[in-house]
Design a protein around this ligand. Structure first.
Ligand SMILES: *[C@@H]1O[C@H](CO)[C@@H](O)[C@H](O)[C@H]1NC(C)=O
Length: 222
């Protein structure tokens, strides 16, 4: 009987107070325009005095301009995160423009703090994400202008321009500062380098190949 009451109490508590945190923590004021130069470390950026806030703090211009895709991957991410738009601080949302030259690739990467929803403005993209273990299922699709695809938080995903012309996409992310871990860069471009025994065994490669991979230039494209 006592055990049943306990279970009932637990059930009541969990259903009453169940909370889904699916983005950055909620703000505790209307806004908190971020100040970059602060000796204080907080979760996000320190707030500017709200009395000093101005429309420009909530504004960013230039997303009409294509990113420079003249790089080995043939893609460029133009972020509009809290670092570029200080009014985004504490609001749990951000935006990016992604440009692709023909066959340009936004290589496999994850955003540790954000789900991403993407729409294609021009061209077509082969996009996909892979689920976590067990399974590592691939969910992939070719997107055309106007199509929308969502990449769940933390999962490895990619976008490849599969068309003949340039491609442009806009992505919204559920964090003011989504972060990015590009898989190949993190693994083969870590500084200082990961011991090649680790990578040879993990990737079923001989150490020569690992050393060659580690000697490549790993560009951060976002
Ligand atoms: C684009 O990037 C390349 C390589 O960094 C550079 O040489 C070129 O001048 C850039 N183009 C523009 C328009 O900024």
């Amino acid at each position: 009987m006592a055990a049943n009451l306990f279970l009932l109490a637990v059930l009541t508590i969990t259903t009453t107070f169940s909370l889904a945190i699916a983005s950055d923590p909620s703000p505790l004021q209307d806004f908190c325009v971020g100040v970059k130069m602060s000796p204080v470390f907080v979760n996000g950026l320190v707030c500017e005095d709200p009395k000093l806030a101005k429309p420009e703090d909530f504004f960013f211009a230039g997303l009409d301009k294509p990113g420079n895709t003249s790089n080995p991957l043939g893609s460029m991410v133009t972020p509009v995160f809290a670092g570029q738009l200080p009014g985004l601080n504490t609001l749990g949302i951000s935006l990016a423009r992604i440009d692709f030259e023909p066959y340009g690739l936004n290589p496999p990467h994850t955003h540790p703090r954000a789900t991403e929803i993407l729409t294609v403005l021009e061209g077509s993209l082969y996009v996909g994400f892979v689920t976590s273990n067990p399974g590592n299922r691939l969910f992939a699709k070719v997107l055309r202008k106007g199509d929308v695809f969502v990449f769940p938080q933390g999962l490895v995903h990619f976008q490849l321009n599969s068309g003949e012309g340039d491609a442009v996409a806009i992505a919204a992310l559920s964090s003011q500062n989504p972060g990015v871990i590009t898989v190949a860069n993190a693994v083969f471009g870590a500084k200082p380098p990961i011991l090649d025994d680790v990578l040879a065994k993990a990737f079923k490669l001989d150490k020569k190949t690992v050393d060659w991979l580690q000697a490549q230039f790993w560009m951060d494209n976002n």
